[in-house]
Write a protein that binds this ligand. Structure first.
Ligand code: G3I
Length: 362
């Protein structure tokens, strides 16, 4: 399979036509064994966050991405600080290039993120805006960004990211402070007005098992549904260590969100290992990936299994967690790890039945 590089007309002159690299996916005749082909048989999307500079600079990065995954999430390029650096200035060049890459390589896009308290531009964080002005800024941003990518193979948006604290209360952010708790409802309404087809997701971390935080998120989204707010799904980020999680509690937790009629997305999975990553740690990591995928496949509302990057050459972990790395499916040399094999093996155990009339990702 050949990957198509960045198309002309958006400032890119690099065209890639490098064949599939060494890896576990079959490239010859016969059915593909790439993760995305196996995942399709299981009725789920498989995806990864994408590091823009790696995509531009390393052909092997785009080749592996397009070979193995069916959906990509821009890791940073759609966040406020990057896409809306000045109040009256948007910067679409990088997200546009990613959208174009996705379109020419048959990938869907998971937008990330319309409202977050981090990676916020200075003009916004330091600005002295009234509540009405903040609401107008929020509306205008969402209309502009979600409106731009509407209908262009962008199938889901993380509308609000990480709004709940570990104690289940709303996080004290600039949005809460300057608009009030209804900023979340407003953001989802604006996103729905801007893009009627994308799945609108509430995304957060560390609420996989049932507990105080997950109940806080549950109360938040069930309240939104009761108020008629267009929230379609929840994203479990799933940034784990090799200690893993209580998978049966996760399954139970998914069930209660699914019972609300919500879709479930695993949005940012990685499993960081302490250095040096020993064979035993890598085996443990592989089992954790498999167990989470297994739980997702066991829950019909679970639509996508997405990791936060795919190669240990490009991962947020070393920068944020000293002494940890090796959290992803491919090593630094783009060779598949045990974690990749574990996912591949579990996906081969499908197909599972696809419910009739189910959503776009089935
Ligand atoms: O691009 C600049 C570069 O010019 C500069 O030289 C360098 C100096 O440190 O910083 C670079 O920006 C960094 C950027 O990542 C790109 O690498 C920022 O400092 C760094 O803060 C930023 O980190 C991102 C982080 O969100 C910010 O909170 C990570 O890449 C990104 O993976 C991470 O993603 C978040 C999700 O959005 C939400 N869920 C958690 C997840 C992991 O934290």
């Amino acid at each position: 399979m050949k990957r198509r590089g960045f198309p002309a007309g958006i400032g890119w002159t690099i065209f890639f036509s490098i064949s599939t690299i060494a890896g576990a996916a079959a490239t010859g005749d016969g059915p593909s064994t790439a993760l995305k082909a196996l995942a399709k048989e299981c009725g789920i999307l498989i995806g990864s966050a994408v590091d823009y500079s790696a995509l531009v600079r390393e052909p092997i990065y785009g080749d592996t991405l397009s070979r193995e995954f069916s959906v990509l999430t821009p890791e940073n390029e759609m966040k406020w600080a990057r896409i809306h650096p000045q109040q009256f200035q948007y910067n679409f060049s990088q997200p546009d290039a990613m959208m174009a890459f996705a379109a020419s390589n048959d990938l869907l896009v998971h937008g990330h993120t319309l409202v977050w308290h981090r990676q916020v531009p200075e003009w916004l964080s330091a600005g002295t805006f009234t509540r009405e002005e903040m609401i107008n800024i929020l509306r205008s941003h969402i209309y502009t960004v979600a409106g731009r990518y509407r209908g262009r193979h962008l199938v889901a948006w993380d509308v609000v990211n990480e709004a709940v604290e570990s104690d289940g209360t709303l996080r004290k952010t600039l949005w809460l402070d300057r608009i009030g708790p209804d900023y979340i409802d407003l953001a989802f309404r604006f996103a729905s007005e801007a893009d009627r087809n994308a799945k609108l997701i509430y995304n957060d971390f560390s609420y996989e098992p049932i507990g105080t935080k997950s109940t806080g998120v549950y109360n938040l989204v069930s309240g939104m549904l009761a108020r008629g707010i267009p929230v379609h799904g929840v994203g479990f980020q799933m940034h784990l260590t090799t200690s893993g999680i209580d998978v049966s509690s996760f399954a139970q937790n998914m069930r209660r969100f699914a019972d609300l009629g919500l879709e479930i997305y695993i949005t940012e999975m990685d499993v960081r290992s302490r250095l040096p990553a020993t064979p035993s740690q890598l085996a443990t990591q592989a089992k954790i990936y498999r167990d989470v995928l297994d739980a997702c496949l066991g829950q019909p509302a679970c639509k996508a299994f997405q990791t936060w990057g795919f190669t240990d050459a490009h991962s947020w972990i070393p920068q944020f967690f000293q002494g940890f790395r090796a959290a992803l499916l491919f090593d630094k040399n783009y060779q598949p790890k045990s974690a990749y094999e574990a996912l591949s093996q579990r996906l081969r155990e499908c197909p599972r039945p696809v419910p009739p009339g189910d959503s776009h990702v089935r």
